[in-house]
Design a protein around this ligand. Structure first.
Ligand code: HEM
Length: 147
C-alpha cells in the first residue's frame, strides 16, 4: 500500500509539473523540472520493483484470474517504465544541454502519454489488489514486515 501511494504520487507529480511548465513555456523552469525528475527517479526505481517482487511473492503459483491479470499488467508497467526512464534522461539532457525544440516537444508529449498509460495500469492493479485483500481471509500487505 505504501509503495503504491509513493509510486502514484511520484508519477502524478512528474506528470503535472511537466505539463504546467511546458504550457507556461518558461525555459528555466522546464530545465529545473527535468532536473528534479531525473534526481527523484530513484524513488520509482525502488518502489516499482518492490511492488512487483512483493506482489509476486503474495501471488505464489496461484491461477486466480485477477492475479494473473495483475501479473500481465505488471509486464506492461515494467516495459513502459523502461521507456519513461529513457525519456526522462533524454529530456533532462536535451533541456539542460541541448535545445527545447520540436524534438524535445515530441519526446515530452511521448513521456506524458506513456506516463498516463502507466498511471492507469498502476491504478488498475491497485484497485484489483484492494479487491483481492478484501476477499482474503487473512489480509497480507505488499510490504509486510516479513518481507
Ligand atoms: C503496479 C503494481 C502493483 C500495485 C500498485 C499493487 C497494489 C496493490 C494493493 C494496493 C493491494 C492491496 C493492499 C496491499 O496488500 O498492499 C494489493 C494486493 C495484492 N497484490 Fe498487488 N499491486 C501491484 C502488483 C502486483 C503484482 C505484480 C502481483 C502478482 C501477481 C500482485 C499481487 C497481489 C495480491 C495477491 C494481493 C492480495 C494480498 C492479500 O491477500 O490481501 N500485485 N496490490
Amino acid at each position: 500500500m505504501v509503495a503504491t501511494l509513493v509510486a502514484v504520487l511520484t508519477i502524478s507529480t512528474f506528470f503535472t509539473a511537466s505539463l504546467i511548465v511546458e504550457l507556461k513555456g518558461d525555459v528555466l523552469l522546464i530545465k529545473q523540472v527535468k532536473k528534479y525528475i531525473l534526481f527523484t527517479l530513484p524513488i520509482l526505481l525502488i518502489t516499482m520493483p518492490v511492488l512487483g517482487i512483493t506482489g509476486n511473492k503474495l501471488a505464489g503459483n496461484t491461477k486466480h484470474p485477477t492475479i494473473l491479470k495483475k501479473k500481465r499488467r505488471m509486464t506492461f508497467i515494467f516495459l513502459n517504465g523502461l521507456i519513461l526512464i529513457f525519456l526522462a534522461i533524454f529530456l533532462y539532457y536535451r533541456a539542460n544541454f541541448g535545445f527545447i525544440d520540436e524534438v524535445f516537444l515530441t519526446a515530452q508529449i511521448a513521456e506524458l502519454v506513456f506516463g498516463i498509460i502507466n498511471l492507469t495500469l498502476i491504478g488498475m492493479n491497485a484497485k484489483a489488489g484492494l479487491r483481492l485483500s478484501k476477499g482474503a481471509r487473512t489480509r497480507k500487505v505488499h510490504i509486510a514486515s516479513k518481507y
